[in-house]
Design a protein around this ligand. Structure first.
Ligand code: 5CA
Length: 155
């Protein structure tokens, strides 16, 4: 059993959410994930991580699968210039490898923003800590358990 998967399951349970984790074929991208679970690409909540260039801190942008983060909008929300987080920062901050970064169960707490596009759906899907696992959740619950601010940051 993967430790990453266990961390996600434990985080969901601790937040009062019954984990419904589905094992899938390899899905490193939102498109693959959508195909794997049979949903729209925009129903996949991508966990995109940037690095605050002043604070050095990682910031999580939960982004609808078909959207792209607009770095200027994202920086305005963050209140500082942003750079791409490299694989090492992502791993150190979250404990997950790129391609399976979950929105919850991170090693260190992370400030989060959520793409309003995700709120158009009753249910969305997010990575559960590996590129082979996804879980469904309502956008309301995902916002609550990540303490995310819902705000537009996409192109
Ligand atoms: N399992 C799928 C569906 S949930 C998944 O994790 N998709 S994802 O979009 O959330 O994660 C892939 C994202 O990781 C890419 O969109 C990209 O923003 C980011 N990424 C890919 N390669 C790198 C890299 N070398 N450094 C930093 N970020 C990267």
């Amino acid at each position: 059993m993967s430790k990453s998967l266990d961390r996600v399951r434990a985080a969901l349970e601790a937040a009062g959410v019954a984990p419904r984790i589905r094992e899938t074929e390899l899905a490193r991208t939102a498109r693959d994930a959508a195909r794997a679970v049979g949903c729209e690409v925009d129903q996949i909540a991508k966990s995109i991580i940037f690095r605050g260039e002043r604070s050095g801190k990682a910031i999580l942008f939960l982004t609808a699968g078909g959207n792209r983060v607009d770095p200027d909008k994202a920086a305005r929300l963050a209140g500082e210039p942003l750079g791409r987080a490299d694989a090492e920062l992502v791993r150190a901050q979250t404990g997950f490898a790129i391609g399976g970064v979950a929105p919850v169960g991170h090693l260190n707490p992370i400030r989060a923003f959520l793409d309003p596009r995700l709120t158009a759906f009753a249910e969305i899907w997010a990575a559960a800590g590996t590129p082979h696992h996804l879980f469904p959740v309502s956008p309301t619950v995902l916002t609550r358990i990540t303490k995310a601010q819902v705000a537009d940051f996409t192109e």
